[in-house]
Design a protein around this ligand. Structure first.
Ligand code: GUN
Length: 284
């Protein structure tokens, strides 16, 4: 079997067109969605991500505000900036780019963002809402994965889903979203014994471990859907995922490539969440 490619770039482009239409409608009512992004320090990868978020805002007609703070900024200063943005009616989404320097308490920072503007979906209140299936901001990468499957016509109820990786940003929440859609979910991680035993049962496998080519053909059931969340560089410096694409795509039914798979969906869902926040602000 040769897997069908799930083209995240095309699906993201389609979703962005729909978002731009909604932004226009909202602007005609006098509200322009606004996203504030806080970048602390000079992490090169973070700067690239933040610039992409600004560009996406511009392309969709939203306002973006980039706040750059030096590596040595105090926790107090950062919290005070977030407090100011919480009260700014022109700002509908607040995102603090992670990671932040070690002298600042990440939990405190996440919890200081108003849950009404937490477009990352990282605030414990919003995580609780997601777990109990309430209206909330869903974390962007997990949400993007669910949209990729929906747009590809892949059903979820009753399927065996195996998530490899248990980060707060991707692994844990994506498993929860699958559970909310009636899948049977297994989490695997670095302490899992006999990984293959689990992954070979997967109708849908999500790889989110951050290790190049970690998932190989022997981990995959024939015809499975394989979602690769990894963004790594191999020894040659080339961008690659957590899945050994060439061999796995010979066995899987569907597969997301890297790049042009999950990646483009993350920022798209961030734009969607910012639009949602702006829309909901009208009714308050
Ligand atoms: N760093 C890596 N991914 C993310 C993300 O989705 N949100 C934030 N705030 N920081 C990140």
């Amino acid at each position: 079997m040769t897997a069908k490619i799930i083209n995240g770039k095309d699906i993201a482009a389609k979703k962005r067109i729909a978002i731009a239409v909604e932004v226009k409608k909202l602007k005609s009512k006098g509200v322009t969605p606004g996203l504030a992004v806080i970048l602390v320090g000079n992490n090169h990868a973070s700067l690239t991500y933040v610039k992409s978020k600004e560009k996406a805002c511009r392309e969709l007609g939203m306002n973006s505000l980039l706040i750059e703070m030096p590596e040595e900024v105090s926790e107090e200063e950062l919290l005070s900036k977030i407090e100011e943005l919480n009260g700014d009616t022109k700002i509908h989404g607040i995102l603090v780019q992670l990671p932040i320097p070690k002298h600042i308490d990440e939990k405190k920072v996440i919890e200081s963002i108003s849950p009404l503007k937490d477009v990352d979906g990282f605030h414990p209140i919003n995580i609780g809402r997601m777990m109990t299936g309430q209206n909330t901001f869903l974390p962007c990468t997990p949400y993007g994965i669910m949209v990729l499957l929906e747009e590809s016509g892949i059903s979820i109820a009753g399927k065996n889903v195996v998530v490899v990786g248990r980060s707060n940003i991707v692994g844990k929440p994506v498993g929860q979203l699958f559970l909310n859609q009636h899948a049977t979910v297994t989490y695997c991680h670095s302490k899992t014994r006999d990984l293959k035993l689990h992954t070979n049962q997967a109708d849908i496998l999500v790889a989110a471990v951050g290790i190049p080519n970690f998932i190989t053909a022997e981990h995959i059931k024939e015809g499975a859907v394989v979602i690769d969340v990894g963004i790594n560089r191999n020894e040659a410096g080339k961008l690659c995922g957590d899945v050994a694409f060439d061999e796995v795509s010979e066995k899987a039914g569907y597969i997301t490539p890297v790049p042009k798979g999950v990646g483009p969906m993350t920022i798209t869902m961030l734009m969607y969440n910012t639009l949602k926040s702006a829309n909901e602000s009208i009714d308050r």
